[in-house]
Design a protein around this ligand. Structure first.
Ligand code: CDP
Ligand code: MG
Length: 140
């Protein structure tokens, strides 16, 4: 399995509860390395664009409002099969379905305020990384 990169967001529900370190610890323990990280306040335009794929879904407006409700930490993670590794440690979208040992089981408040984002394919990972980071901000 090759070493690849994925994109992660620690969402406003987690930064509000001071869980940036706790979430990152679980990512690291899952074999992922943080090779870029910054705490930002996402603008409405950024959140709309980032979640454009969900524009027709009923939760889109609320999701944009939630993602701009407080600071987030955007990160690039590197590791063996990083996209799947991250999705596995994140757990299911709905914390009610998330397995023990996952970030969402441990920390998510609801299906919306579910503490973390993770890319769902290598192609989307590359797009999402480029959306928030320039090459010189990523140090592997
Ligand atoms: O984040 P993940 O890839 O697991 O799920 P998604 O289907 O790509 O949805 C993106 C985000 O939209 C979720 O992480 C939730 O924050 C939110 N969402 C929601 O508010 N209500 C839903 N029924 C589904 C997703
Ligand atoms: Mg998704």
């Amino acid at each position: 399995m090759a070493v690849t990169r994925t994109f992660s967001i620690i969402k406003p529900d987690a930064t509000r509860r001071n869980l940036t370190g706790a979430v990152t610890k679980m990512l690291e323990e899952a074999g992922l390395r943080v090779v870029a990280s910054k705490r930002i306040q996402m603008s409405e335009d950024q959140a709309k664009k980032f979640y454009e794929v969900h524009a027709e879904r009923p939760f889109y407006g609320e999701l944009v409002a939630f993602m701009t409700s407080g600071p987030v930490v955007v990160q690039v993670l590197e590791g063996e099969d990083a996209v799947k590794r991250n999705r596995d440690v994140m757990g299911a979208t709905n914390p009610a379905d998330a397995e023990e040992g996952t970030i969402r089981k441990a920390f998510a408040e609801s299906i919306e305020a579910n503490s973390v984002h993770g890319s769902d394919s290598d192609e989307n990972a590359a797009t999402e990384i480029a959306f928030f980071f320039s090459d010189d901000e990523i140090v592997g």
